[in-house]
Design a protein around this ligand. Sequence first.
Ligand SMILES: *Cc1c(COP(=O)(O)O)cnc(C)c1O
Length: 370
Amino acid sequence: MIEPAMIAANSRNFSGGPGALPESVLQQIQQAIAVVPETGLSILGISHRSAWFADVVREAEDNIRTLLGLGSDYHVLFLQGGATQQFAMVPLTLLHNRSAAAEYIHGGYWSGKAIAEASRSGNIKVVWSGANDRFTRLPAAEELQLSPDAPYFHYVSNETVEGLQFRQPMGLDSVPRVCDMSSDFLSRPCEAERFSLIYAHAQKNLGPAGVTVVVVRDSLLQNSPTDLPGFLDYHSHIKAHSNYNTPPVFAIYVVLLVTRWLLHDIGGVAAMAHINQRKAELLYGLLDQSEGFYRGHARPADRSLMNAVFNLATPELEQRFLSEALTAGFHGLAGHRSIGGIRASLYNAVTLAAVEELAQFMTDFRARHA
Ligand SMILES: *Cc1c(COP(=O)(O)O)cnc(C)c1O
């Protein structure tokens, strides 16, 4: 059994990633590591060629389809290599034999990584960059001048490091829309059918590190190259039902449990978004009412519901905040190593009660140090 103290520590995991998982899922995992009842084996030793695992993949895929409302013209894949591998697989697949530039928004740290990787495979154009504003805001649709001839348009829906999130799909409906949703996948409705390809690694909202979900429209892959290494070819994984080589059985099983939790316990992505909204309002409300003690990084209109990034007056006070927070049992609040400061990540599995406890701690900290 998981001790109550262990549950309390986990429920106060505000890490940017790998993030918190739902308590009920952690309990099922614990059981599954001992034995998965239907199989008599530990999840860590079940064959990826078993009928049981084929069912796991099928159900996880169906659940994601249901949660996103996807039609049968989409494939749902469970791949390895993280979001970083998708930074490369997307241009390798879609820039083949194309001279026109793929268009990218540079909204923050992670889209910068995607752009650097894509530049290695082909012609890329950055249509907007927030670098001069220290990535404190995102563009409005009217600020973008987009080409109808671009092979695809890429952006990151939630900039995890800076805490910036788009409110609606960006880009032209006539150009394939490709999106890194690693840090807000299944946290809100996203009009998935307006995207040609969505990728999201699991370790923020979906499960442990080791598996990346790719949702791709079949027609996007019609002209893809035939000479890619098999592992980097989406077709290999489609044909093999995400079982091209030994897949991360454990990680995929946890994704299945999380999608069941979203469907049956939470009631779907709209219900999840409602809870996430309340969590974020609570935390941002506290920043806004702190008379400058807590200073939000993002402009309010672009604030992320998943990652609240803020500063205190000095780096010393931030260190003090982090160390007192840890003593009080709040984990993972240090900002990303590239920008420092504080980041409270409010992923799906972080409960409203945990955010209320953090808010109380922050109110008390301010009273002690203002
Ligand atoms: C964390 C993160 C990544 C990095 O993903 P890896 O799985 O480590 O390759 C990429 N994109 C976004 C938006 C992220 O939050």
